[in-house]
Structures are given as structure tokens and as C-alpha cells.
Design a protein around this ligand. Structure first.
Ligand code: SF4
Length: 694
């Protein structure tokens, strides 16, 4: 703990980094944080935290923070500091001018998963009610949108089924495409504790993550599959379960559509899905695959946890459905200790999705074409709403390049750095006439912005975040906004200037409106959050204190639905020019593109991004450990230092993407999930060669 003086008072609030949602006591001296102490009563963290959260307050007062609004007529002009009034009036007049010239659909916006539920709700409300279209999207587009699609199709709702406590009753943990000890450290520790107590672990991951073998924990099985073959491996596990009679028929008959189960069962039973057939596709030995499937089906409570290694593929949605199938087939759903658990990345990505940040859905995942739902929103908001889904982020960029999309309001996202195919993102942004970036720092996207609206950190506002277990927790203002306006106040001012009436004196009033409009939030209020500490949605008349475990008596959609999941190889192929497969991940000390973590006191733990290579591949290329290498793909190239390690298999290379200089997304492709457009970040054919430096 770094101390800078004795605290005078303290405020309980929630970490703004990852989807674990740890609560902290911010100990204050005047308006300055003295230290952040993990809160013992935090239901997600129980007094624990990781290094990122403990030092998170540092970036709030970093010298590079922008505190005044700025505008410029052209992106080649210098920025000009202006008053809030001028910045808001300029933005509104530009958006109105663009719509008058190019039409109602020519502008849109992106909500931030780092902002509060109330703030993301207001941005989508401004776009639907003020812009008059559904051109709203969010960063879940590039991370967990396949979770939304896959779980909605199979179970009827877009969220993890369990609370974190559930892991304490798991007997077998099937961990796919996730590295919780680095990316979700506090939950990762709880998982590790359960493993030390004797739960069995199956890891499905191309890389040997720490949990495969770490002091006192050794995975029963590590299936080091070739990147891009998740569906093949999961379908092979289903093959074993069905053909060896390991399915829980009683559960399936009672809880699922029996006809669809039979169709699915005969599909997976086909010999072409056997582990022996899939070994050649995935590289996973058939015997290991069989043993892992048997353990998951027969080892007691089987709990599945997964991350972006599942979703960020061209078959991301198919993989989520394959996971949902496995849990239903074995009866591992609807009680503590089991379930399907997406480990959501950002602090409020679950909430941003819940709040209607998608172009086809209102809050609570209800389609914009539903007349009854739309009329409910129209009657409360007092404006007609569009029944046609709007544009997703990649479609907005395509339309910009085509000259028909001209204005974008970006709330707390850096799409130039975080979205795939950087050159295409830059081309789209450059083609727009008014790009508005609302953020803490001049990020990479701001290079293409005409308006910069300084945002506020989580320490400077009231609101709520929803973590990966659907837990809604209070974010409490511990200091005044350094820029003069919290993000919700900025959106409110912009709505007024656009002629769209929104009136709230405090974020609690926004939550009251969310509760009126969203059945799964109907019982949520700030008063309840103060009384209970937190609640997990659905929270309504049926479950006034929330729902830790879902689908206990029945699935949200009624009967659980088995989906046929045919494996289709990605179009991204290796060949003589690009013979290796690149996949990516995170390290413990850094958070995503590092905009915040690089500006905090935990600098001693900061590391550069390295390219992990197997010794065999390194030797073939004459690459030494620590040497600079060129990483090239069909999309572009970048340079970084090599780390020679057997964590990755021959033929696979791996890097993190925390430092802007790494430019990992210069090499990633523009392939994406067939259902949701989630980019295929996790599979890129590359070549690596020794170089002298960047
Ligand atoms: Fe907890 Fe995640 Fe914050 Fe770490 S980064 S303190 S695990 S919420």
C-alpha cells in the first residue's frame, strides 16, 4: 500500500477495471485519495483485490488528463480549449447539420463499458430518442457479443448463470479460453482455492496458462488445441457424452426440448465428430479428449468458465452454444456449483449490454421491432422510436468509408486501438465530419476527433456497475469531478442542446427509469442497494432480493434449446508465407490497452508486451530470447521482443496488447463472428523474423 498521509474520511465504491467488481474503501484526505483498501464486506471480493484495483486511483490525477472541452474544425487543426457551453452547442449544431444534409441515419454513437449503467443508458436514450435512430453499439461488439447471442438462443437470456460463490461447490471446472489468474485475479484466486480443496480442472487453451500447473494446483487435463478449433473440440466432448451414455436424460426430458435434443444427439454422435477424427483437426490427443469429456460428465458438479478465447472467433457464437449444449446434456445447470459462466472483461460490460447498448435491443434484451416494448419506451420518453435495428460499429465504419455515415459520439472507448483492422477504423473515422470523443485522456481515436469532451473517473460520480455475476453495485462519488461534469451530465447537456428533453437531478432517478422500463431491473433502486449492499438481476416482484443462480426451475425461454454446432474452419489460414498462428491475452498488472494502468503507481509491475514463441520455432528462425522480431500478417506488421517459452506449442505465438507501441491490431484480420461481428482477434496467420528493432 502506498500511503500519502492519514485519511480523514472514507467512501465505499467499486473498482472500474475488470468484471469481477471488487468493492473498495477509498480513504480520503480532503478531495484526495490516500489509499484504496479492499472492502471486507464486498460480496464479489470479500476483502481481496489485485494490484490493478489497489492503485486505480492514480490515473484520476495524472498530469496527462484533459480537463477542459476542446474543439477544432478539422483534424489537422490544433485543439482549441472552449467552455462546456460552447463545446456542447458546437457538437449539437454539427450533429443537426449533418442529419439535415445526410439524413437521420447518418450519425450514431458508442457507449462505454467503463461508464456506469446510468451513463450508458442515457447515451442509448439520446441516440434512440434524440438522434432518432438505433445506431448505437458498445465495446461488447468486440468481446462478449457472442455470449449474448449464444446464451439467448439456448437459455433465453444473455448472462452468466451463477454467482461467484457457486465455484465453491464445483467438483469439476472446465475452463475454456480464459486465464482468470491474470485477467480476473480475485475470482481466479477463489477458483484456485477450490482447486486446492480438490476440485478437478480441465483447461482448454492453446497456451499453458498458470492454472495448468502452479503450486498445489495441477489440471487433470490440458487440451492445448490449435487456435480456432473450439467448436470441434466441444463437439467431440459431446460425442463422447452421447455415445457413451453419459447424458443426463432425466434432466433433458424435464427441462429441455426433447426433439431438439435428439436432433443434436444424432448430430454429435456422427463418427466424424469422434475424438479420433477431431485429433487431426485440433491437435488434441483423442485419449485426452475422451478422458476430459468423461470427467466433466461424471465428476459431480461441473461448472464451465470461459473468456474471450471462446468469443473472439469467427465461430464465437457457435462455441457459446456448444458450451450451453454440454451443460444441458449433463444436467449441469440450474443449481449452485454448476452452470455456464462467461468471465466478462470490463467492469461494466455486462451492464452496458443490459442497458440497451446494442442496435437491435432496448434495455433488458428486447428487440426494437417489438411493438409493445417500443410503445412503452415511446410513452415514457415522449418521442417516436425507430423499429429498425441500427448499425453495429463495423457497419458504421463501413458506411463512413462509403460516405453515408458522418457523425459519431464515442463515450469512453478507444476504437482505433481496440478494434480490429486499424487501417479500416482510421479510414472510417477520417471520412466523418464530426467525431466526438468523451474520455479522460487524448486517446488514439481522438487523433480523428473534432470535439473532445473530458470525462470523469469512477471516483468522481455516482452510479452503478454490474459485474460478471449480474451483481449491481454502487459506485459512489469520492471527489468532485475534475472536469466539472460527470459523464451523465455531459450526455444530458448534449440531449438538451439537440432538443431532446431529459431531466434528472441525480443518477438514482435514471435508475428509477431503468427499473420502470426493464423487467429484470424492476426491483432495483438505490435505496435497495444501500440496504442490501448489492443485488443480482433478475431483481423484480418474483425475486425482490435478486437471483444468484439462474434457470433453477426452468430456463428463461421455457425449455432449454439444443443447437446444432457444425465446426467450420476459419477463413484465416496458415501457409508458406504466414505459417504460425498468433493468439492474444492479458497480464496481471495491465488492463486492456493500458490507458489507465500505465498511468498509475503500479508502474513497478509494468512489463512490455512480448511475443511468446516455442523454442523450436525460435531456433528455426534464429531468434534469441529478448531479441526484437518482426511480426507480420496479411493485414500489416509490427515489432516486439521475443520471449522463448514452452508455454506455447510449436506453430503458435502469443502476445499481450497493453502498450500502444505494440500495435497488435495492425496485424489482426477483419474476419468476425458470423452472428455478431465480434472480431476474430484470437487467430491470425503470421510470420516472425529476427529484426534489429522497431
Ligand atoms: Fe478486482 Fe478486477 Fe479491480 Fe482487480 S481489476 S481489483 S480483480 S475488479
Amino acid at each position: 500500500v502506498i500511503e500519502i498521509g492519514q485519511p480523514e474520511h472514507s467512501v465505499i465504491t467499486t473498482c472500474a477495471y475488470c468484471g469481477v467488481g471488487c468493492t473498495f474503501k477509498a480513504e480520503m484526505r480532503g478531495n484526495e485519495v490516500v489509499r484504496m483498501v479492499p472492502w471486507k464486506d464486498g460480496k464479489a471480493n470479500r476483502g481481496h483485490s489485485c494490484v490493478k484495483g489497489r492503485f486505480a486511483w492514480g490515473y484520476a490525477s495524472h498530469k496527462e488528463r484533459i480537463l477542459n472541452p476542446m474543439i477544432r474544425a478539422s483534424i489537422t487543426d490544433p485543439w482549441r480549449e472552449v467552455s462546456w457551453e460552447e463545446a456542447i452547442a458546437y457538437t449539437a449544431s454539427e450533429f443537426k447539420r449533418i442529419q439535415a444534409r445526410y439524413g437521420r441515419l447518418s450519425i450514431g454513437g458508442i457507449t462505454s463499458s467503463r461508464c456506469t449503467n446510468e451513463e450508458t443508458f442515457l447515451v442509448q436514450k439520446l441516440i434512440r430518442g434524440g438522434f432518432g435512430n438505433n445506431n448505437v453499439d458498445t465495446c461488447a461488439r468486440v468481446c462478449h457479443s457472442p455470449t449474448g447471442y449464444g446464451l439467448s438462443q439456448t437459455y433465453g437470456t444473455s448472462a452468466g448463470t451463477q454467482d461467484f460463490d457457486s465455484v465453491e461447490q464445483a467438483d469439476v471446472i472446465l475452463l475454456i479460453g480464459a486465464n482468470p489468474t491474470d485477467a480476473h485475479p480475485v475470482f481466479g484466486s477463489r477458483m484456485k482455492k477450490r482447486l486446492r480443496e480438490g476440485a478437478k480442472l480441465i483447461v482448454v487453451d492453446p497456451r499453458r496458462i498458470d492454472l495448468v500447473r502452479t503450486p498445489h494446483v495441477e489440471a487433470a487435463h490440458h487440451l492445448p488445441l490449435k487456435p480456432g478449433t473450439n467448436v470441434a473440440v466441444l463437439t467431440a466432448m459431446a460425442h463422447v457424452i452421447v455415445t457413451e451414455g453419459l447424458a443426463d436424460e432425466a434432466f433433458v426430458r424435464e427441462r429441455c426440448d426433447w426433439d431438439e435434443f435428439q436432433d443434436w444427439a444424432s448430430f454429435v454422435a456422427d463418427p466424424r465428430h469422434s475424438p479420433e477424427a477431431i485429433e487431426a483437426v485440433s491437435g488434441v490427443p483423442a485419449a485426452d479428449l475422451r478422458a476430459a469429456a468423461r470427467l466433466y460428465a461424471t465428476g459431480g458438479n461441473g461448472a464451465i468458465y470461459y473468456g474471450l478465447g471462446v468469443t473472439e472467433h469467427s465461430q464465437g457464437s457457435t462455441t457459446v452454444m456448444a458450451i450451453a449444449n454440454l451443460a444441458m446434456a449433463t444436467g449441469n445447470i440450474g443449481r449452485p456449483g454448476v452452470g455456464v459462466n462467461p468471465l466478462r472483461g470490463q467492469n461494466n460490460v455486462q451492464g452496458a449490454c443490459d442497458m440497451g447498448s446494442f442496435p437491435h435491443e432496448f434495455s433488458g434484451y428486447r428487440h426494437v421491432s417489438g411493438d409493445e416494448t417500443r410503445q412503452l419506451f415511446e410513452s415514457l420518453w415522449g418521442v417516436p422510436l425507430d423499429s429498425e435495428p441500427g448499425l453495429r460499429i463495423p457497419n458504421m465504419l463501413d458506411a463512413a468509408v462509403d460516405g453515408v455515415f458522418k457523425g459519431l459520439y464515442v463515450q469512453g472507448e478507444d476504437i482505433l486501438q481496440s478494434d480490429p483492422d486499424t487501417r479500416h477504423v482510421a479510414a472510417g473515422l477520417a471520412a466523418m465530419e464530426c467525431v466526438v470523443v468523451q474520455d479522460l485522456f487524448l486517446n488514439e481515436t481522438a487523433n480523428y476527433a473534432h470535439v473532445f469532451l473530458p470525462g470523469s473517473t469512477f471516483l468522481e460520480k455516482d452510479g452503478t456497475f454490474t459485474n460478471a455475476e449480474r451483481r449491481i453495485q454502487r459506485v459512489r462519488k469520492v471527489m468532485p469531478s475534475k472536469s466539472g461534469k460527470a459523464d451523465w451530465e455531459i450526455t444530458l447537456a448534449l440531449a438538451h442542446a439537440m432538443g431532446f428533453n431529459m431531466n434528472y437531478a441525480h443518477p438514482s432517478e435514471i435508475m428509477d427509469e431503468i427499473a420502470r422500463l426493464t423487467p429484470s431491473f424492476a426491483g432495483v433502486s438505490y435505496a435497495k442497494l444501500e440496504a442490501e449492499g448489492s443485488v443480482q438481476w433478475p431483481c423484480n416482484e418474483k425475486a425482490p432480493l435478486g437471483t444468484p443462480v439462474m434457470h433453477i426451475d426452468g430456463f428463461v425461454r421455457g425449455k432449454g434449446r439444443f443447437m446444432v454446432t457444425e465446426y467450420v474452419a476459419t477463413d484465416e489460414r496458415t501457409g508458406p508465407r504466414f505459417p504460425l498462428l498468433l493468439t492474444t491475452g492479458r497480464i496481471l498488472s495491465q488492463y486492456n490497452v493500458g490507458a489507465q494502468t500505465r498511468r498509475t503507481e503500479n508502474v513497478v509491475w509494468h512489463e512490455e508486451d512480448r511475443l511468446e514463441m516455442h523454442p523450436h520455432d525460435a531456433e528455426q528462425r534464429g531468434v534469441q530470447d529478448g531479441q526484437w522480431v518482426k511480426l507480420a500478417s496479411r493485414s500489416g506488421e509490427t515489432s516486439l521482443r521475443a520471449l522463448i517459452t514452452e508455454r506455447v506449442a510449436p506453430g503458435v505465438v502469443y502476445t499481450t496488447f497493453h502498450h500502444p507501441g505494440t500495435q497488435a491490431n495492425v496485424v489482426t484480420t477483419d474476419f468476425s463472428d458470423w452472428a455478431t461481428n465480434c472480431p476474430e482477434y484470437k487467430v491470425t496467420a503470421v510470420q516472425v523474423s529476427a529484426s534489429n528493432g522497431p
